[in-house]
Design a protein around this ligand. Sequence first.
Ligand SMILES: *Cc1c(COP(=O)(O)O)cnc(C)c1O
Length: 431
Amino acid sequence: MSSSTTTNEALFERAQRTIPGGVNSPVRAFGSVGGTPRFIASAKGCRVTDTEGKSYIDYIGSWGPMILGHAHPAILRAIEKSLPLGTSFGAPTEGEVLLAERLVERVPHAEMARLTTSGTEATMTALRVARGITGRDAFIKFEGNYHGHADSFLVAAGSGAATHGHPSSPGVPAALADLTRLAPINDLPAVEKIFQNEGETIACVIVEPIAGNIGCVPPVPGFLEGLRRLCTEHGALLIFDEVMTGFRVHPRCAQTLYGVTPDLTTLGKIVGGGMPVGAVVGPREMMEQLSPTGPIYQAGTLSGNPLSVAAGLALLDELAERESVIYPTLEASSARLVDGISAAFTDHDIAHTIPRVGSMFSIYFREEAVLNFEHAKESDAERFKIFFHGLLDRGVNLAPSPYEAAFVSESHDKAAIDETIAAVREVAGLL
Ligand SMILES: *Cc1c(COP(=O)(O)O)cnc(C)c1O
């Protein structure tokens, strides 16, 4: 198992023999940029180190959870403290109660929480609750929004799917996909039309309040408010999928940032502090429809796993205790980074737009604003490839796809940001 002498190339070669594509989640493959994925041996703060000992400033952040940086001492301590007590009991624990209480405290509309093992399970559960409560089967999702890999959501599902050219997947029954109604992001009239035509069949609208799986596409003013109004008018539930945005863009989640209250919220990523977790939160009368209090079934052997809960609690407590420092710091360093990148591109006459909300952003090689998936796809993917590899060669690790958000953490200090901007300046000269 010694990896110190193993190259990325050799490991990838070996991985492909036993793991489809050599990766356990398709976005980790370099399918859309070419080349060899870096096999990560360790990470600390804003840097990851690969199996060859090369270190990179990391903007993947495990796809979101690492808002305070990798291997944060408070999180490691919490896991270390929990570990000798046992790793899973299949019975309730105090930690689960504490984490549920934190979520109820900090997600404004939440009165109860159900913990799962992944974001995928959280969105699956939320959809089932919406269908169960309304007695309706159809629902609306947005093109390019990603809600995990459950069948109903694998219809025009963003990054992984978009990158690999399978906007929907074989194995998803057409009969099920038929129940998924699609609308473009930020297009309220399209949603209105669906409701007018078949409002009485729509159980819910599920939306990423900030689209984060086709790059970063913030909501246009009035969009989320309009969804809230339409759902209320037509007796459908509004589900905010905040698996990515929850505690990332605001200490009380994106719903607080935009002042729109959903019926159910799904969470994951940050909520587990880098360990496997997901959660559905909402008002008591909806949440109590879940078994065992209600008839809507949902379960999980490792749901509320003690190590995940310990890590999640440590991160959420750190975020709450230092909220007045962490979020302004993230805002300032992310703004400085994006301004620096933008200036470098402008100096080299490179068409670009870099939408950002707090510490999530994405770089599109396109002049005009990106408001939906169609626009995102018009970004220059060839240019992104060169940009991506140019940065990787210079020790900066972006997500290996033009359709992914980048994440800044508290550990991205001035030196790391400056180093990144300098690398971007060099690469901009090659584009
Ligand atoms: C990551 C993500 C999911 C899926 O979460 P997993 O833990 O990977 O199953 C769902 N929704 C959104 C918005 C996500 O970003």
